[in-house]
Structures are given as C-alpha cells and as structure tokens.
Design a protein around this ligand. Sequence first.
Ligand code: NCD
Length: 308
Amino acid sequence: MLIGKHLIDPSDFTREEFRELFDLAHQVVKNPEDFRKSCEGKILATLFYEPSTRTRFSFEAAMLRLGGSIIGFSEPNSSSVAKGESIADTIRTIECYADIAVMRHPKEGAPRVATQWLSAMPLINAGDGGHQHPTQTLTDILTVELLKGSVENRVYGFCGDLKFGRTVHSFIKFLSNYEGIKLVLISPEELRVPEYIREEVIKKNNISCIEADKMEPYMKEMDFLYMTRVQRERFFNEEDYIRLKDRFILDKEKMKYAGKETYILHPLPRVNEISIEVDQDPRAQYFQQAKNGMYVRMALILKLLGIY
Ligand code: NCD
C-alpha cells in the first residue's frame, strides 16, 4: 500500500511496493488515455529550489494528463523563500493548498526534513544536492523493464561523475534489492562513488562490482551503460571541473565496443559526454527514457494519492 507515503529515498518503498508501482506504470504506458480523468480536482505542487527541465515538466505533464492541476515555483526567489522563509513554514503552507508535492533542493536531506512538518500530504524528493533522486530511478527502471523485461541478472555500467551524480546513487541503491546484479563503475579517481554507497550498499549486499577508468573493455557485456554529466554545480573549484569534464565521451567509435543490445541511458541534461552522432543509434534510449519519466510519475501520483 503506497497511499500517503513519502518517496525521499529508494529505501522508503519495499520491493513489493515498487512492483505494485511498476505494474501500474506499465498499464499507463499501454493506455495513458485510460487515466486522463483520474486526478480531477487534485492539486500537485512543484517546489524547485534548483534548476530542472525533465523532472519538473514531467511531473507537471503527468498531473495534467491525469486531469489534475498544478501550482508551484521553479524560481524560489519568486516566493517567500526570498524573504527568508524556512522550508518548514513553506511546506506547512503548501499542505494547506495541495494534495501532493514534489521538492528539489540543493541541500542533502532537505526533503526528508520537510516531511517532519507534514501531517498527511505525500512529499516526493525530486533531487537533494548530490544525494538521492529516487524518481529518476523510477524512470530508469521502467526503461530497463520496457527494454529487457526484468531488472535481475544484468550488467549495469555507470560512467562519469559517480561522486556527485545523485541519479547514480539512487539507481545503485534500488538495484541492491535484486539478484544477479553486476556493476561496472567507470569514473576518474576523484569522482568515484561515495564511501557510503560502496560500503553500505554495494559491499553490504555482496554486489559484484568492478571500478575502472576505461569503458571499452567492459562495454560488450553490459546490458546498460548509464552515462552521466560531470556535476559542475557541486565542485568547489572551476579548474577541477575543467580538468575532469571531458574525461569520458561516448562517441560512434566507442559504440563499436558495445554489445548489440547494450542500451545507452542518460538522465539528461547532456553536456559533452555523449556525442550527438550517437543519438541515431537504436541503442541510444535517453529520450525515450525521458518520456518514460512522465508515465512512471503518473503511476506514482496515482499510487500516493490512493486512486489506484
Ligand atoms: C539529473 C539531476 O537533476 O540529478 N537530471 C534529471 O533529473 N533528469 C541529472 C543531472 O542533472 O545531471
């Protein structure tokens, strides 16, 4: 039962609850029109304290396609945040007006803190600093299931900024509940996954894992290669960003090393890490992935509101 729950971190839902959610998401993908009046009279609030394109628009499009309405801000300085209002007061006010809310914040843990001030409204974390981004994981997993049928017994490559890339942290955390997962983590030394992911998620769950600084030798065996952008906004200095930003670029040449069914995913936005020539390759699935994000968010809203 997902009604009334918050989704702040992948560990907030059980494996059974995720199954329930993805089963509904598959129904939404098949017949989105069947759901077009499901949220009539309901309001979704989007509170974005950091930039976003896909996450915010896909949540808003999801609610609109369900027949509901949306309120919110994408520029916190247009709200009372500019006057120094605390998250606690903002979220308590939003609960007076909306049925469900989505929050993106630059500070790790901010959405979790916000939940302490709520009495009934479900809150969804749309990215907190370099920490977690669970609904991007929903998008990624729905894409995995649509392309390969199941999550288990697969090889997942992750490449780029694995230190600050919150989508990677949530994806790996999610995968740790499944059997037969192999990880290949490709990054510059300075951008390897954080210690808590390596120790408390990967090692604790005995997940097979290779850390590497080249993608070519491993691409053939990968079911998915998840490319990520170097997260400029989380760096302390610009020189380090410039030095690291173009270390891994997936281009047509490198795609020759990939298997016939090695699918390329990316949460987007892309900067330089995938050449645009790769977009034509049928294995490049990142724009379809962005579309799946809307469908799975439709399912999430329906579940948290207890409509399905
Ligand atoms: C990601 C994010 O915000 O963490 N984008 C997204 O939500 N699709 C990835 C990124 O910004 O690199």
